[in-house]
Design a protein around this ligand. Sequence first.
Ligand SMILES: *[C@@H]1O[C@H](CO)[C@@H](O)[C@H](O)[C@H]1NC(C)=O
Ligand SMILES: *[C@@H]1O[C@H](CO)[C@@H](O)[C@H](O)[C@H]1NC(C)=O
Ligand SMILES: *[C@@H]1O[C@H](CO)[C@@H](O)[C@H](O)[C@H]1NC(C)=O
Ligand SMILES: *[C@@H]1O[C@H](CO)[C@@H](O)[C@H](O)[C@H]1NC(C)=O
Ligand SMILES: *[C@@H]1O[C@H](CO)[C@@H](O)[C@H](O)[C@H]1NC(C)=O
Ligand SMILES: *[C@H]1O[C@@H](CO)[C@H](O)[C@@H](O)[C@@H]1NC(C)=O
Length: 310
Amino acid sequence: MGRLYLVTLLFLSPLASWAQNDYDYPTLWDPNTIVSSSVDYADGDAKLKGYLAYSNATSGPRPVVIIYPDWDGISNYERFRANLLASMGYAGFVADVYSQSVQQGPSIPVANRSALMMPFRSNSSYWRSRVVAALTTVRTLDIAQKDKIFAIGYCFGGGGVFELARAWPNTPGLLGVGGFHPGPLVTAGPKLQPGSPLRVYAFSGADDPGITGDSVVAWKNEMEAANGTWGFYNYGHTVHAFTIMENPVWNGDKNVSNGYNAASDHASWWALRGILLEAFQLTNTSNAYTSAGGAYDYQTGIAGAKLMSA
Ligand SMILES: *[C@@H]1O[C@H](CO)[C@@H](O)[C@H](O)[C@H]1NC(C)=O
Ligand SMILES: *[C@@H]1O[C@H](CO)[C@@H](O)[C@H](O)[C@H]1NC(C)=O
Ligand SMILES: *[C@@H]1O[C@H](CO)[C@@H](O)[C@H](O)[C@H]1NC(C)=O
Ligand SMILES: *[C@@H]1O[C@H](CO)[C@@H](O)[C@H](O)[C@H]1NC(C)=O
Ligand SMILES: *[C@@H]1O[C@H](CO)[C@@H](O)[C@H](O)[C@H]1NC(C)=O
Ligand SMILES: *[C@H]1O[C@@H](CO)[C@H](O)[C@@H](O)[C@@H]1NC(C)=O
């Protein structure tokens, strides 16, 4: 998330040890119904620990949304998204990318985050292996419908879900991905394979200084060359990290690269919700314009309003 005021705090802090509390996200679901647990898994020698959430208001396997964290790793932010998705009837699974050996969240000094992230960004094989490990793991969970999996990611994790898509066909069960304020758009590794059936979406800020016009064109060309289903959502008056509500609201200063934008956050979240209904085939296609969005009854597979949340 890389808040600018965090950088300031870092240099002003007289403390030898860095301490930054995790943000207290609102509980927008019935806490009595959200069951959460950690899930241990591995990628080679790396020991990983994901976060799983689902609603016990209904029973049985359900579609899964995997969430790949931004550059401070797993924090309350990703758990908030997983719990929201759980309240809609999906299983939410926050993937671990950095491993259990890293104490993750806002307590990682901003100055340390690049060092954690760059080994993945500089080696697409390494990165793909790590993101595929979460997909492989969720398919083993009893709560999962193994062939109804979608992946989203934020910032570093948004770049990560594009790498996950590029790992196709080594991505069984995956229906599509969505990267929010993703970085980077382009890869140094092999591009998206032609014939990929995956849906690939980007949700980007039009004023994000990290998203150059050239990289948008390159990404579009890559998607077109693969002839798949893709979309690039470009939100106006919006900079990097626009979905992360613990960020200060962006004030329009072009020199400030990060900031929250509630309208773009909400619009992109609702876009995702529609994309999930389509990918998981939870819309009544003979009634696509009027069937209820949002929650659904996965037992009949029809969108309704059985489990509504914010
Ligand atoms: C941050 O990085 C520095 C230098 O690389 C290291 O000494 C320090 O232990 C790291 N701090 C944390 C909290 O990881
Ligand atoms: C990149 O990652 C792969 C898979 O982990 C590894 O085999 C390879 O040695 C790495 N390449 C470099 C240059 O570090
Ligand atoms: C691209 O996809 C469309 C729709 O699925 C298909 O009709 C068309 O044959 C594909 N083109 C190529 C070159 O694969
Ligand atoms: C933004 O940065 C430019 C170039 O560094 C500088 O000239 C300008 O004064 C800055 N604007 C604001 C509002 O800080
Ligand atoms: C789907 O929508 C059509 C048209 O409104 C309706 O006739 C049909 O009953 C719906 N199917 C289900 C399973 O709800
Ligand atoms: C979900 O089930 C209800 C009853 O059906 C229990 O009362 C809750 O304790 C349970 N919630 C969790 C988080 O396990």
